[in-house]
Design a protein around this ligand. Structure first.
Ligand SMILES: [Mn+2]
Length: 190
């Protein structure tokens, strides 16, 4: 089974290329132009055990981060394919120093997003908090997944966000595993 995908998305606003191997080993090459997003997406690759290459350029921070979420989500949807044998669900509880994040996902074929990162409205390094939230929304929508992601508590904005990305990564690692030869739904499809 070849669970890889590569999508290049070019609009008047941005140019994004994502190359994904679900059965990788956590190798990455991330160039978004934003140091904080590079840091978060690096963590996502490493802690989910996927191989991930992302190259992104564009006009505005909001557009670039949104379109990375869209393209990465599309790549997941494509690489997961017919979901035969997939574990489907994944969850994780991840601390980052004083912060604690909880994530539960379902590669269900439908978007649902319940997100509470307990972030103050501010910049985190070189991105806005609202752009981080928007990333998760675009990702969940295009990966066609249920994403329930909560920071339970924390003080530092960087730590809270980092815990959230790591919790998502570990949930992906759990959900993408091949555990049988069946499609994990009584409907017979996902
Ligand atoms: Mn960090």
């Amino acid at each position: 089974m070849n669970r890889t995908s590569k999508i290049s998305r070019k609009t008047a606003e941005t140019s994004i290329t994502v190359d994904l191997n679900l059965d990788g080993s956590g190798k990455y090459e991330i160039n978004t132009g934003y140091k904080f997003m590079d840091h978060m997406l690096t963590l996502l690759a490493r802690h989910s055990g996927i191989d991930l290459i992302i190259n992104a350029t564009g006009d505005l921070t909001h557009h670039i981060i949104e379109d990375i979420g869209i393209t990465l989500g599309e790549c997941f949807e494509k690489a997961i394919g017919d979901k035969k044998g997939i574990n489907r669900y994944g969850s994780a509880l991840i601390p980052m120093d004083e912060s604690l994040a909880r994530c539960a996902i379902d590669f269900s074929g439908r978007k649902a997003l319940v997100l509470d990162l307990k972030l103050n409205e501010c910049n985190i390094e070189d991105v806005l908090v609202e752009d981080v939230r928007h990333f998760f929304s675009s990702f969940a929508e295009n990966a066609k997944m249920n994403l329930h992601l909560h920071v339970l508590y924390g003080e530092d904005q960087h730590h809270k966000t980092e815990a959230a990305f790591k919790a998502l990564a570990r949930s992906i690692k759990d959900a993408k595993r091949i555990v049988s030869s069946e499609i994990p739904s009584t409907k017979g499809m996902l």
